[in-house]
Design a protein around this ligand. Structure first.
Ligand SMILES: Nc1nc2c(c(=O)[nH]1)N[C@H]1C(S)=C(S)[C@@H](COP(=O)(O)OP(=O)(O)OC[C@H]3O[C@@H](n4cnc5c(N)ncnc54)[C@H](O)[C@@H]3O)O[C@H]1N2
Ligand code: MOO
Length: 398
């Protein structure tokens, strides 16, 4: 086992190879795709631009009242003038607080008699006023390079005066699944055949980042067929293969990649599932391609895509923290001791504790589809009793 790389070592060697995509100016609207900022974003305006009311009521002058109503300040139509002592204006949420007023009296706490306004509950100075610039000032850095666009970050950028944002483009990605037994999804299978599910799964995992991938395959275990498929990946910055990564007589991917001009960077990682993971690079006419060879077993493909392929894509798109995040949870059942490879168990969480999702065989798609997290069990760890703490990776993007 000494030739197997540890997970973190393998991840950092892969991420060091990530191609960095160019920066594009992206319209500030939902795209359904994950994007990261290519540079810090600075506010070009101050928010709020003036002291604004946080409530509907009366902008009153200092003192205990009563006040004389002299006008109105609405959002978008401020009161034009300065209040004299003893005066107030009707004010709505989001409207400018006029000069001379130092607090807002809630509508519910006001007695109205003609133009005389009396407080049943006197607000202290400053009450219900959002001070100019309390959220941000023009010139403030409101978002850092590498931040993901999200509903909240888009709203902040819009509020800060931006209609478009510099983001890293998605890399071009090709996905190749290979195996003589594979039939395209939805087509009838002979007794010796199975549907190619990995390409579908990987395409779906990558979609939130890159949109459509170039789907190559399924391709038979045949040198010429693989060479022809690889030709179609010439323009892809990232190539992800699945299957044929192990040591069998028909595991031809590595040789096909070498024939194509790829250099193997490393092969085999001490994780279960996912041991035969392979990373290679290829110098194309336009630059360096990164090749990630995932094992064919469907769960192995999923787990290695989660731990390697998605971080690679995120890193190439400028994500400030591309690796998946983990948290501690309680084991909802006893877990067995671990062998020499660090294990990622398919599991279901209720937010606090985790239970196994079913068969842990690396081909068991029903358990994978039912799982919402992976339990991370260290190599050589002893058995865990129910109630002990375990590390868990939520499958946010899986
Ligand atoms: N003698 C050894 N045999 C195996 C070893 C080993 O170290 N020594 N490693 C095992 C491990 S661990 C894994 S993981 C698999 C990985 O094998 P490959 O990457 O070569 O994958 P294949 O042999 O092509 O396929 C494995 C399995 O997965 C199915 N498969 C493949 N592609 C797809 C696809 N696109 N959609 C659905 N299912 C797919 C395939 O039919 C096989 O059943 O090797 C072990 N063997
Ligand atoms: O590593 Mo394999 O992925 O155990 O099944």
């Amino acid at each position: 086992m000494s030739e197997l790389l540890g997970l973190e070592e393998a991840q950092s060697r892969l991420l060091a190879l990530a191609p960095i995509t160019r920066s594009i100016n992206q319209d500030i609207k939902p795209s359904g795709l994950t994007r990261y900022l290519a540079r810090d974003i600075t506010a070009s305006r101050t928010q709020p631009p003036a002291d604004l009311s946080a409530m509907d009521g009366y902008a009153v002058t200092p003192g205990a009242g009563p006040w004389r109503l002299v006008g109105e300040s609405r959002a978008g139509a401020p009161f034009d003038g300065t209040l004299d002592p003893g005066q107030c204006v009707r004010i709505s949420t989001g409207a400018h607080v006029p000069q001379g007023s130092d607090r807002v009296l809630l509508q519910e706490d006001a007695l109205v008699s003609g133009s005389a306004i009396t407080a049943t509950d006197l607000p202290p100075p400053g009450k219900h006023i959002r001070k100019a610039g309390f959220d941000f000032h023009a010139g403030d850095r409101v978002l850092a390079k590498g931040t993901a666009l999200s509903p909240a970050t888009l709203a902040l950028a819009a509020s800060a005066g931006h209609g478009a944002l510099p983001c890293f483009d998605a890399p071009s990605v090709a996905v190749l699944d290979s195996g003589d037994e594979l039939v395209p999804a939805g087509e009838p299978c002979g007794p010796h055949q199975i549907p190619a599910s990995n390409g579908v799964m990987l395409g779906a995992m990558l979609y939130p980042y890159v949109g459509r991938v170039t789907a190559l395959g399924p391709v038979p275990d045949d040198r010429d067929a693989l060479a022809a498929a690889l030709k179609r990946a010439e323009d892809s910055q990232i190539l992800i293969t699945s299957g044929g990564a192990s040591v069998g007589d028909h595991d031809l991917i590595q040789q096909a990649l070498k024939d194509w001009g790829a250099d193997i960077a490393f092969w085999k990682v001490a994780i279960k599932p996912g041991k035969p993971l392979m990373v290679a690079t290829r110098e194309a006419a336009w630059g360096r391609q990164v090749i990630l060879g995932l094992p064919g077993n469907p769960v192995s493909s999923f787990v290695t895509a989660f731990l390697f392929a998605l971080p690679l894509v995120r890193a190439s798109m400028g994500d400030a923290s591309p690796l998946p995040r983990s948290q501690m949870m309680t084991a909802g059942e006893a877990l067995p001791a671990v062998g020499r490879r660090r294990e990622f168990l398919r599991a279901i969480s209720d937010g606090q504790s985790v239970r196994l999702a079913g068969s842990q065989d690396s081909s068991a798609l029903t358990a994978l589809a039912g799982a919402d997290c992976l339990i991370d069990r260290p190599a050589n760890a002893p058995a865990v009793a129910q109630g002990e703490a375990v590390r868990v990776f939520p499958l946010r993007n899986g």
